[in-house]
Design a protein around this ligand. Structure first.
Ligand code: DGL
Length: 264
C-alpha cells in the first residue's frame, strides 16, 4: 500500500505547533507541511488573497497522497475553509471549531477573550461558534497584528520585556472585561503561551494549535486510517528561505529539515 500523509499548512511557524502535537499524539503518521512564509503574514491580507493562498497550499500538498488536511491557520480556516471544502474531495480539519468548543466548555464566568489576526477577528468565526455552544457566553476579541512578525523574526526571544509590553497592550483590555478564558486564536501565539501565562497566571489559556489533533485522531481511528508502519516520514517545506525558517523551526521540532517549495 502506498504511503499516505497528513497534509498541514500555515503561513509559517505557527503551523509547526500543530505538527508537534500531531507528532506527540500520532507518532506513526506521515506528515507533509508547508509554511507559506513568502506570503506571511496572512492576517493583514484580503480574504481573496487568503482563498488563493489556501488553494495553492492544498494543491501543492496534494503532490503527496493525502488522507487528511489540517488547516493549521486560523486566518485561513476562518476565511477560506468553505471554499477549500468545495474544491477538494478530502477531509479538511480546521483549528477554530475545536478551540472554540474547548473554551466554551471551560469558562465559568461565561466571558471569553480571543486574540487573533485582523482577518480572523473580522470573520467573527470564534464568536459565532462559541455562541453555538452557549449563547449566554460573551466574547471579546482583539486583533494583534504585531505578534506574528515578532514571532517569525525571532525578536520574541531577544527582548522579553518588549514582548511583555506588547502582549499586555493587546490583552489588558480583554482582561479588564473580566474574562476567565483566553483563546490564543492564531497558531503563532502558541509559541507565546508560556509568557502569556506568566503575565496572566489566573487566566485559562486555550491553544488554537492543539485541540484539532484530538478531532483528527478520532477521525483516523473511526475510519481505520491510522498508519500501521512505524518509521514515519515527515517533510517540511517553506515558500521562502529555508535557512531563515529553520532558525526558529528547530526550536519547535527536533532534527527538522526544511526544503524550499515555490508555488507553480
Ligand atoms: N498562524 C496563522 C493563524 O493562525 C496566520 C498568521 C499570519 O500569517 O498572520 O492565523
Amino acid at each position: 500500500m502506498s504511503r499516505k500523509y497528513i497534509g498541514v499548512f500555515d503561513s509559517g511557524l505557527g503551523g509547526l505547533t500543530t505538527v508537534s502535537e500531531i507528532i506527540r499524539q500520532l507518532p506513526d503518521e506521515n506528515i507533509v507541511f508547508i509554511g507559506d512564509t513568502a506570503n506571511m503574514p496572512y492576517g493583514s491580507k484580503t480574504k481573496e488573497q487568503i482563498i488563493s493562498f489556501t488553494l495553492n497550499n492544498i494543491h501543492t500538498l496534494l503532490e503527496h497522497d493525502l488522507k487528511a488536511v489540517v488547516i493549521a491557520c486560523n486566518t485561513s480556516d476562518s476565511n477560506a475553509r468553505n471554499v477549500a471544502e468545495k474544491e477538494f474531495d478530502l477531509p479538511i480539519f480546521g483549528v477554530i471549531s475545536p478551540a472554540a468548543r474547548k473554551a466554551a466548555e471551560i469558562t465559568v464566568c461565561k466571558k471569553i477573550g480571543v486574540i487573533a489576526t485582523e482577518l480572523t477577528v473580522k470573520s467573527e468565526r470564534y464568536e459565532k461558534l462559541i455562541k453555538e455552544h452557549d449563547s449566554d457566553i460573551e466574547v471579546y476579541q482583539m486583533a494583534c497584528p504585531k505578534l506574528v512578525p515578532l514571532v517569525e523574526s525571532g525578536l520574541f526571544l531577544s527582548d522579553k520585556n518588549a514582548m511583555i509590553r506588547t502582549l499586555k497592550d493587546y490583552i489588558d483590555p480583554l482582561y479588564e472585561k473580566g474574562i476567565d478564558t483566553l483563546i490564543l486564536g492564531c497558531t503563532h501565539y502558541d509559541i507565546l503561551m508560556d509568557l502569556t501565562s506568566e503575565i496572566y497566571p489566573d487566566l485559562k489559556l486555550v491553544s488554537s494549535s492543539r485541540p484539532v489533533v484530538f478531532d483528527l485522531k478520532e477521525y483516523l481511528e473511526k475510519n481505520d486510517l491510522r498508519e500501521k508502519e512505524k518509521e514515519a516520514v515527515r517533510e517540511y517545506y517553506t515558500t521562502s528561505d529555508p535557512e531563515e525558517f529553520a532558525k526558529i523551526a528547530q526550536l519547535l521540532i527536533k532534527d527538522i529539515e526544511i526544503k524550499q517549495r515555490v508555488f507553480r
